[in-house]
Write a protein that binds this ligand. Structure first.
Ligand code: VGL
Ligand code: ZN
Length: 206
C-alpha cells in the first residue's frame, strides 16, 4: 500500500498529461440532464489538478460530450441515456467554474451521433465501427508517458478514457477525489474501480 496520497503537485511533470473528462453542466450541475450526484464538488478539486499540471509544465486536455439532438445514444432514440450534452446548449457547456487553460485542446466526442465514452475514440452505436478522436495525437505530440484522468462520470467516460490510455501503453492515475460515479445501475461505481485497478490504473483514494 502507498503510505499517503501524493499531493496534486507531485503528480505532474512535463511528460504527464491531465485529461479533464466532461466537466459539463449536464453532468456537473444538479439541474443538468444527466446530473451526477456530487458532480459539482469535483470542480474545485479538478481546478487544483489543472493548476498543479500547469505549474509543472504538463499538458492539459479537456473532453466534451457533444451530441446531436437525436442520437441512438439517447433513451428516446433507442439508447440508454437521458438527453444530455446536446451541442450548442447550456448542458453541453463546460462548467462555468472550471478553469480552462488558454489554448488547451478541447476534444469533442459523439459529434456525429456516435457513442463517445472514451476520450480517445467514438463508436457508432448501430454498426459498432470505431474511430479515433484527436486526443491520442495531442498526447503523442507532447511526449506524454503518464496520464492523470479526472472528471465525470467515473464509471462511464472517465473509466473508458482511463482504460484506453492503459491500452495505449500509458501509466494512468485516477485521483478518486476528482471524480464521481453516475451509477446507472447501483454498484457500477465500485465495479468500475475494480475494473480500473485490474487494468493497472493507479486509483488514488480520496
Ligand atoms: C457520459 C453517459 C453518457 C460521461 C457520457 O461523460 O460519463 N456518460 N455520455
Ligand atoms: Zn453522452
Amino acid at each position: 500500500m502507498m503510505s499517503a496520497d501524493p499531493t496534486a503537485t507531485d503528480r505532474y511533470d512535463p511528460t504527464t498529461a491531465l485529461v479533464v473528462v466532461d466537466v459539463q453542466n449536464d453532468f456537473a450541475d444538479p439541474e443538468g440532464g444527466l446530473s451526477v450526484t456530487g458532480g459539482d464538488e469535483v470542480v474545485p478539486v479538478v481546478n487544483r489538478e489543472i493548476a498543479a499540471a500547469r505549474a509543472a509544465g504538463a499538458l492539459v486536455v479537456y473532453t466534451q460530450d457533444w451530441h446531436p439532438p437525436e442520437t441512438p445514444h439517447f433513451a428516446k432514440d433507442g439508447g440508454v441515456w437521458p438527453v444530455h450534452c446536446v451541442r450548442d446548449t447550456w448542458g453541453a457547456e463546460l462548467h462555468p467554474d472550471l478553469e480552462v487553460v488558454d489554448g488547451a485542446p478541447i476534444v469533442r466526442k459523439g459529434v456525429d451521433g456516435e457513442d463517445g465514452y472514451s476520450g480517445f475514440s467514438v463508436r457508432d452505436p448501430v454498426s459498432g465501427e470505431e474511430s479515433a478522436t484527436e486526443l491520442g495525437r495531442h498526447l503523442a505530440q507532447a511526449g506524454t508517458r503518464r496520464v492523470v484522468v479526472v472528471g465525470l462520470a467515473g464509471d462511464v467516460c472517465v473509466k473508458a478514457t482511463a482504460l484506453d490510455a492503459r491500452e495505449l501503453g500509458y501509466e494512468v492515475v485516477l485521483p478518486e477525489a476528482a471524480t464521481r460515479m453516475v451509477e446507472l445501475e447501483p454498484g457500477d461505481g465500485e465495479a468500475a474501480l475494480q475494473e480500473l485497478r485490474a487494468a493497472g490504473v493507479e486509483v488514488q483514494p480520496a
